[in-house]
Design a protein around this ligand. Structure first.
Ligand code: FES
Ligand SMILES: [Fe+2]
Length: 381
């Protein structure tokens, strides 16, 4: 069993094939790509939990995840051609269907293709994200997210952060960082109750309910759904828009980077929805013409610029989180840290992971996570 350094604890940080945390995460559907970024007839390489795959969208519109390399002599399949719902290799033209079955080898006898099959993984598209299942055996049913089916606009996004995924899981239930890391941000403009919250957290049927109670008695309630989903009432980006219901999946790319996939529901309709879309388009345009948030975070951490000088950027919240978490190192040191009372939610999250990974490693029963009909997150404002 792999452990976290000399702490003797089970390793929830490394997620490559064969690791215990990797086996655990692979038991759940994981988002891998933003639907709108994959056009019909195109293939892209993707890396998830230290493994490379090819993602492509066939003529039918369906998305497929198959092996990264061709079974023949191993070239990268994403550079080939999408033909109907199949993928043809760029090198010598072997063709695979979406199940990974080789269906044509132009320079070989017809009988050979039937004997060649590459790996494939089930996929499912949901509200603008492509999910895949990387575990053994049949995929579990795709979970329901009724919170996202209410009236409003759906906003889908994704970003990469250059540190281990577990740091962002911890950050999602760390309300104390907000008044400091995001001291100057959209949160300030839209009236987040600014005193330091008193944190409490409890294990639930789905993961963790986390409460940050302010001096006026109001609590911000976030939910963490095992194994890697945050559900919060997130900050609005315009005063008229209201707070947004936001789900975020934190998916390891490898052990030192991860990608967040986000779906938010914004409660606007009619003219307000149109204004929201317009403002969204303008912001995307502004950000597209600026150096990337990852680049800005790297420059801040290298001491070339100060994060306090770029607080007017529309993506400042993301940059602030990049800086705080990448500032912990690619893999945070959990042996020499000094946890306090305000870290109770993080401690609970680690205990749950330790317990479940220990059970998985020992071949014992795992907790079967289930969720109530509707989760309610609150902003505390
Ligand atoms: S390497 Fe793919 S067909 Fe030869
Ligand atoms: Fe943050």
């Amino acid at each position: 069993m792999t452990t976290n350094s000399d702490s003797g604890e089970i390793d929830f940080v490394h997620t490559g094939p064969g690791t215990i945390a990797g086996k655990y995460l692979r038991r759940f559907w994981q988002p891998v790509f933003v639907s709108a970024q994959l056009q019909t007839g195109y293939a892209v390489p993707i890396r998830i939990m230290g493994e490379d795959f090819t993602l492509y969208r066939g003529a039918s519109g369906a998305a497929y995840v198959v092996d990264f390399r061709c079974a023949h002599r191993g070239t990268q399949l994403s550079v080939g051609w999408v033909e109907e719902d199949c993928l043809r290799c760029f090198y010598h033209g072997w063709k695979y269907d979406g199940s990974g079955q080789c269906v044509e080898q132009p320079a070989e006898d017809a009988a050979f293709a039937a004997k060649v099959k590459i790996r494939s993984c089930p996929t499912h598209e949901f509200l603008g994200l492509i999910f895949a299942y990387f575990g053994d055996g049949a995929a579990p049913p795709f979970p329901d997210y009724p919170e996202l089916s209410e009236q409003g606009e759906i906003d889908v996004g994704s970003y990469i952060r250059h540190c281990n995924y577990f740091g962002t899981l911890e950050n999602g239930i760390d309300q104390v960082h907000v008044p400091f890391t995001h001291a100057k941000s959209g949160f300030t403009k839209f009236g987040l109750n600014w005193d330091i919250p008193v944190i409490s957290a409890g294990e639930t049927d789905y993961g963790i309910a986390m409460y940050g109670t302010r001096t006026d008695g109001k609590a911000r309630i976030n939910h963490y759904l095992m194994p890697n989903i945050l559900y919060i009432k997130g900050s609005p980006e315009s005063a008229r828009e209201g707070w947004r219901e936001a789900f975020a999946w934190r998916v390891p790319v490898d052990d030192v980077s991860h990608r967040s996939f986000n779906i938010a529901l914004i409660h606007v309709s009619g003219d307000a929805a149109e204004r929201f879309r317009e403002r969204q388009r303008r912001q995307e345009e502004i950000v597209a013409n600026l150096p990337s948030s990852n680049e800005m975070a790297a420059r801040v951490l290298a001491g070339q610029i100060s994060v306090h000088d770029i607080e007017e950027r529309p993506d400042i919240v993301n940059i602030q989180d990049h800086v705080a978490q990448e500032g912990q190192g690619a893999i945070a040191d959990r042996v020499n840290e000094r946890l306090g009372r305000s870290d109770v939610a993080i401690i609970l999250m680690r205990q749950i992971w330790q317990r479940e990974l220990a059970a998985l490693a020992a071949g014992q029963a795992l907790k079967q996570w289930s969720r109530p009909e509707k989760l309610v997150a609150t902003s505390g404002v």
